[in-house]
Design a binder for this molecule. Structure first.
Ligand SMILES: [Zn+2]
Length: 101
């Protein structure tokens, strides 16, 4: 699964934080992100919803730690708002099938 990341946290991260052969920035599998929302907040909510599979390498542990901090810094209202979009993005799109058929 291709994962694009562009936040300051990740672009300034040391080499080991970019992950191993089995992951991207410590993520083994994660849902698509929603373009209009802050990436760290989306990933934090995805983690909270058990939607992210972290790699066992150092990058995976670091990213999980980082997202816990992000999640703790979010208000309940922000979490609720982000969760709404994150969960809505998980709904399979029929449109996608017609484009690739
Ligand atoms: Zn890894």
């Amino acid at each position: 699964m291709a994962i694009s990341l562009s936040s300051d946290f990740l672009s300034s991260a040391p080499h080991f934080a970019k992950g191993c052969e089995g992951c991207t920035y410590g993520l083994a599998a994660a849902p698509e992100i929603v373009g209009m929302l802050m990436l760290p907040e989306q990933r934090a909510v995805q983690m909270d919803e058990d939607l992210i599979e972290f790699c066992n390498c150092k990058a995976g542990h670091l990213y999980r730690q980082y997202l816990r901090k992000v999640l703790n810094a979010m208000t309940m209202e922000t979490r609720r708002n982000v969760r709404h979009y994150v969960l809505a993005a998980l709904v399979p799109s029929v449109h996608y099938e017609s484009e690739t058929a």
